[in-house]
Every structure is written in C-alpha cells, then in structure tokens.
Design a protein around this ligand. Structure first.
Ligand code: ADP
Ligand code: K
Ligand code: MG
Length: 490
C-alpha cells in the first residue's frame, strides 16, 4: 500500500510537484492515505509546479557545455586583446578570471542541475517516495531555483560576492547528499536491480563532482582574489582555486591519518599507527579535496580492518595507556606518542613495521613519483577480504558492518534511519558507527565505489588487492593533471 500514489498516476513519481510538496507527500505517504491538500491549495500547487517544471525541462534539454580544467584555472584566456596587460596586472587578471568562471557557472550549473532533477524524476515511483531520495531531490530542485532566480548578469565584484555566497550556501547544503543517496537506495534495493542502482549512482556522482568543481572553483577564486586585495601578504600562487600545483601527498596523508586515527579511537578505543614512506618529498598538481576524500576513506577501511582483525586474533590490548605487548619497546625513529610516522628511505623500514602498544600492526602508506603519475599504496594487515565479499565491495551500500536490526529491505522503515534514536543503544553497530562522534568510520558502504570514481575522474585509477587472511593493498594511481589541462573536460 506504500505505492498508492497520492498524485496523478504518472509514470514518473513527481513530475509536476514542487520539491517542498513532493517532500511532504513522500514523507507522509508511507503510512497514511489521508488527503494532504484542499482543492484550492492543490490548484495553486499545480500552477506553481508546472511553471517550474517547464523551466526544468527547458534547461535539461540544453546541451552540457563542458569546460577544460585549463579554462577553470584561468589559463585559457588567450586571444583577448587585454591578455598581455592581464599578465602584468595581477589584480585585473584575478578579477577577469574570477568573472569568467562565475559567468560560466551561472550559465552552466542550472543545466546540469536540471538534468539531475530529470534523472531523479525518472526513477520508479516508489523509489522516489523514499525520504532520503526525496530530500536529495528537493536539494537539487531548490538549488536549481535559487541559481535561476539570481541575476543573470555578473558584472563586477559585488555581483561576484553575491553569487559566490549563494554558491557557498548551496555547496554546504549538499554536504550529505551521498550518504543520503546511499541510505535511500539501500532501503529501495528490492525495487531496482543492483545494476540499475549502480548505473544511476555512478552517473549521479560523476555529474555531482563536475558541478561541485565548477561551483567550488568560482567560490575559491573569489576568496583568493579577495584575500589578495585586502591583505598585503602574498597568498601562494601554487593554489589556483581548488587546484594545487605543488601538492605534497605526504602532508595530506598525515592530516587524514590523524583524523582517521581519532575516529578509530572513538569507535574502538585504540588505533594503529600510520607509517608514511617511499618518495615522501613528492609534489604534484591535483585537487586536494578529492585526494583528501580518497585518503580518508581508504585509511578508514584500513584502520577498521586492522583493529577488528586484531580483536579477532585476540592480540589487541585495549589499553590506551600502553601496557600492551609492545609497550616497552621504544622504536628509535619514532617520537613516543606520535602515531603518524614519516619514514625516510634510509631509515630502518622493519623497525617502522612493528605493532604498536595496542598490538596493532601499522598501516603503511607508500608514495611513488613516476614520470606522469603519482602512485600511493595503502597497505594494511587487517586480514584481507573473503572471497564471497570481494565481488561486492565496490557495490554501493555493501558493507560488512553489522546492523543488528536489519530491516532495510522493508523500505520505508523509520528504524532504518542512521539518525534514529534507537541507534544509541546498539553499541558498535552499524548505526552507532554512522552517528559516532566525528563522523562515520564505516557502515554506509560507499567508500570504495566513490573513491574509485574520484580516482578515475582525472584519468587515474584505483585497485584493491586482497591477500585473504593477511591484509589488503590498495593502489591509487593519480595522473599529473597539469599535463592534460587541455584535455580534461569537466
Ligand atoms: P564501508 O567501509 O562503509 O563498509 P566501503 O565501500 O568503504 O564501505 O567498503 C566496503 C567493505 O569492503 C567493507 O565493509 C569491508 O568489509 C571491505 N573492505 C574495504 N577495505 C578493506 C580493507 N582494507 N581490509 C578489509 N576489508 C576491507
Ligand atoms: K561498498
Ligand atoms: Mg569504508
């Protein structure tokens, strides 16, 4: 009875209702059949709706205008008569680039958002009534409306400020889209094939990465320009919007490792060490937020596997004060208390591989700088992955975190909400891990599929090799993106 539509029986689930109304219907349709609107409200609703829906259709029918990374970096401004002058005058150059990117964003983002809205409308009706999916739909709908309602012309700094702050609000409001989608499709897995879900999410997430890159580039170019104008301090020129031309993976790995170790502590009461070695002085051109996301997800997987494997093997000393098996051992190259260690090539590598005071072997992150690519290998001794699971780990929502109260196949069950109150009582269950302090360490099941999409986005790749019973190696290959600025279409 959940499927009984409250709106006209159209093939697509909410072709002609505004998002806020759709949310209401979808949220309430699960258990109740009551009428939600009076006739006059209904009429008003329909008018508003068809206006916006026509607009969405009109935008969605336009072609996507891809942009090269070079253009987004403002390096493609040749041919303009003032080009030379721009080169000399940094302030004018900054402004011109910022204007270019913002104008492109103002024109292009509604088209891309409209296409996402249309794609979501084409999902089976019952999937569209899922509260998570409805929320995502509403976010895209509202974003589409606020951008198309903003002034079309972007002429000066004031316009840029206004537009950048609009975009900033939108980007922030979209922060939880992927967990929401993941949860939504998990609850709908009996209404769509695995392949269809994967295809939809892959497309959606790829589109989303493009949208975010364009929006964030417009925002951060504006911020960097603004900073240069108001402060006499020179901001580094190796950061152009969201791209860093001298990114040091070792530094980023260290930051991510500390963050993930803290999460690990919160969830398990202990943490493995993270050892960074290989060509630690490597620098390259990349989008730091992408790499940060990838590294955090992969490190979360590795520390979780390590700690749980230790527990299974009975070698974990759950004692934060270090009375575990190796507590008396004080390695020469490590400062005590420091749990992210950078190891130089001439340091003792074996020394760095010893288990820490909790009995956990370290997670080892190795950096290699090739001619055209940077490879990062993340190696853990967390027991690897069983043969049955190996085929599924790249599926969205697949996780080995146990949900003690798994009723997800029932569709719209309130108990499924990762934000539900009852999760507090479940100990280290799937839900507790999701709601745990500092964000989820695992349990949503989209770390691996998403990480691979990010890695492949600029022509890189990611592979996981499981040595069952022993551990995993993940190979992350990232292209030097500055070699293909002209080819990379966003
Ligand atoms: P999640 O971490 O939320 O479970 P992921 O997509 O990141 O989702 O991973 C899916 C599953 O793959 C995990 O639940 C785990 O069983 C397995 N996995 C991933 N990385 C590792 C690893 N390094 N060692 C062992 N198992 C892993
Ligand atoms: K997964
Ligand atoms: Mg994960």
């Amino acid at each position: 009875n959940i499927a009984t539509p409250l709106i006209a029986a159209k093939p697509s689930w909410n072709n002609s209702i505004p998002s806020s109304v759709a949310t209401n219907i979808a949220l309430r349709s699960a258990g109740s059949q009551q009428r939600l609107f009076t006739n006059s409200e209904q009429k008003e609703t329909e008018d508003v709706v068809s206006f916006y829906d026509d607009k969405v259709t009109q935008y969605a029918n336009q072609e996507i205008q891809t942009v090269t990374l070079k253009t987004l970096l403002g390096l493609g401004r040749s041919g303009s008569p003032s080009h030379d002058q721009l080169q000399q005058d940094t302030a004018a150059g900054d402004l011109a680039i910022n204007l270019d990117v913002a104008r492109y964003a103002r024109k292009e983002l509604p088209v891309r958002l409209a296409r996402l809205i249309k794609a979501t409308q084409k999902l089976p009706f019952i999937v569209g009534t899922n509260p998570y999916i409805t929320r995502v739909y509403k976010l895209y709908y509202d974003s589409f409306q606020s951008i198309t309602a903003s002034p079309e012309e972007i002429r000066d700094k004031d316009d840029l400020d206004r537009f950048a702050s609009l975009l900033k609000g939108l980007v922030e409001s979209h922060a939880d889209v992927v967990p929401m989608l993941s949860q939504g499709f998990l609850e709908c897995k009996k209404y769509m094939t695995k392949e269809d879900i994967k295809q939809f999410l892959d497309d959606m997430i790829r589109a989303r990465i493009g949208i975010r890159l364009i929006a964030e580039q417009a925002i951060s170019l504006r911020e960097q320009r603004h900073e240069r104008e108001v402060s006499s301090v020179e901001t580094p020129h190796d950061i152009v919007g969201v791209v860093h031309t001298a990114l040091r993976p070792a530094d980023l790995i260290r930051t991510c490792a500390s963050f993930v170790q803290e999460l690990c502590d919160v969830n398990y009461g202990s943490r493995p060490e993270v050892v960074i070695n290989g060509q630690i002085d490597t620098t390259f051109t990349y989008v730091p937020v992408h790499l940060e996301y990838i590294l955090c997800e992969l490190l979360k997987n590795s520390v979780r596997a390590t700690v749980e494997h230790s527990q299974r093997m009975g070698r974990s000393a759950l004692n934060p004060h270090g009375t575990g098996p190796d507590s008396h051992h004080s390695p020469t190259n490590r400062e005590s208390g420091n749990s992210v260690v950078i190891v130089n090539q001439d340091d003792d590598q074996d020394e760095a591989r010893r288990p820490n005071e909790f009995g956990h072997p370290p997670v080892e992150v190795t950096i290699a700088q090739g001619e055209h690519e940077v490879t990062i290998r993340i190696r853990d001794h967390g027991g690897g992955i069983s043969r049955e699971d190996l085929d599924a780990i790249f599926d969205y929502s697949f996780t080995t975190v146990k949900n003690e109260n798994d009723s997800s196949s029932d569709g719209l069950s309130e108990n499924d909400s990762p934000y539900g109150v009852d999760s507090i009582f479940k100990g280290v269950s799937r839900l507790a891990m999701q709601t745990g302090l500092g964000g989820p360490i695992a349990g949503l099941g989209f770390g691996l599929p998403l990480t691979r999409i990010y890695a492949q986005y600029f022509g890189g790749d990611m592979q996981l090799v499981s040595l069952q019973g022993y551990g995993c190696d993940v190979f992350l290959k990232l292209k030097q993106i500055d070699e293909s600025l002209d080819d990379l279409q966003i």
